[in-house]
Write a protein that binds this ligand. Structure first.
Ligand SMILES: Cc1cc2nc3c(=O)[nH]c(=O)nc-3n(C[C@H](O)[C@H](O)[C@H](O)COP(=O)(O)O)c2cc1C
Length: 335
């Protein structure tokens, strides 16, 4: 039997296979980018450039914070300084060009922000620098009780319209899982110009230090248990809008990647696994996917994709309230 055909299309890009290193500082270093390509990465997603970096005169903010250091000492602990970001906007654009020159695979630049300010025009410079697509990360927490869900959604669609107006390359939106009606919102994003969705942002949960009464930020890398939230929503969204779905969050093993494809993902992004195990882990997971597909007679990723989505799986109730009832009712309390 022929080896399985792993090719996939994502955001109009033809990729050799679906396992893509997701946005992370790994790609800030050219030698690591080359290692990722050597491990088989079919595309490179860049670390984000943040709205705050573009919109703010950082020297001014730094001066402001220093002048208030006595009265607002805590401000210096939570507000990042210019040098905390790996790349300034100019350096970021240069880095796109450097990565493009160093590897043969498509490069997806990443913009991270939430307002429709002038910062979004930087997307045009990203395209000019050689980006093949843009991932728009809308990391946002709704904390204002005056703003309803539709206002929050409109912020994101307005931002997307502005971005899509600035570029001709494809755009994916990286979302949080917290929307009242994600399938409806996905269609709104499609209408606003999105070509794909990245499911999901991973929220870095702050902790409370009960001794110092401080809210302490913490970054914990994921494990495979975080995949399930993504599996459910990819399965539900598959085929509901004309959008490519990328799963980001909790993909560590070949089994994880296969589940993500079965749920309906077009690509599967990996970050924590590569940070923990190194860029070469991509090749290990890819080999595992290939072997599994061959052993189970799957001829192509296209055949695998979506076979367990809400539309296609034998028991769609498994993704719904019915499953919740079943799970709760079948729990046996040990006597
Ligand atoms: C150290 C670190 C830096 C990250 N930087 C970015 C970023 O700049 N932009 C972005 O969209 N996501 C960023 N992410 C989130 C990842 O792209 C990914 O969505 C998340 O880690 C979940 O995937 P994983 O379970 O494979 O780690 C970062 C994650 C980590 C751990």
């Amino acid at each position: 039997m022929n080896p399985p055909d792993l090719r996939t299309e994502y955001l109009g890009l033809s990729l050799a296979h679906p396992l893509v290193p997701g946005a992370s500082p790994l790609v800030d270093h050219l030698d690591v980018v080359r290692q990722l390509e050597d491990a088989g990465a079919p595309a490179i997603v860049m670390h984000s450039l943040f709205e705050e970096q573009i919109e703010t005169d950082w020297r001014g903010v730094d001066r402001l914070m220093l002048s208030h250091e006595e009265s607002f000492a805590e401000a210096t602990t939570y507000f990042p300084h210019a040098e905390d970001f790996a790349l300034t906007p100019d350096r970021y654009l240069e880095h796109i060009a450097r990565i493009k020159a160093a590897v043969d695979v498509p490069v997806i630049a990443s913009l991270n922000g939430i307002t429709t300010g002038g910062w979004i025009t930087l997307a045009e410079s990203m395209q000019q620098a050689g980006a093949d697509a843009i991932e728009l990360n809308t990391y946002f927490l709704a904390t204002n009780p005056e703003r309803d869900a539709s206002a929050v959604e409109a912020d994101i669609t307005d931002l997307l319209v502005a971005l899509c107006g600035a570029v001709t390359i494809p755009v994916a939106v990286k979302l949080s899982p917290f929307f009242s009606s994600l399938p409806n919102f996905a269609r709104q994003l499609e209408a606003a110009g999105a070509d794909g969705l990245v499911l999901f942002n991973r929220f870095y949960q702050p902790d409370i230090d009960i001794e110092t009464l401080e809210v302490s930020p913490s970054l914990r890398l994921s494990d495979s248990s975080e995949l399930r939230l993504r599996l459910r929503w990819a399965a539900i969204l598959e085929g509901q809008a004309n959008l490519d779905l990328a799963i980001s969050g909790g993909v560590h093993t070949a089994e994880d990647a296969i589940k993500a494809l079965m749920a309906g993902a077009t690509t599967v992004q990996m970050v924590s696994a590569l940070l923990k195990q190194g860029p070469g882990h991509l090749a290990t997971v890819l080999a595992g996917v290939k072997t599994w597909m061959a052993e189970h007679d799957y001829a192509s990723v296209a055949e695998l994709r979506g076979c367990m989505s809400y539309r296609h799986c034998p028991d769609p109730a498994g993704y719904e309230r019915a499953n919740y009832l079943r799970v709760l009712q079948t729990w046996v309390v040990p006597s």
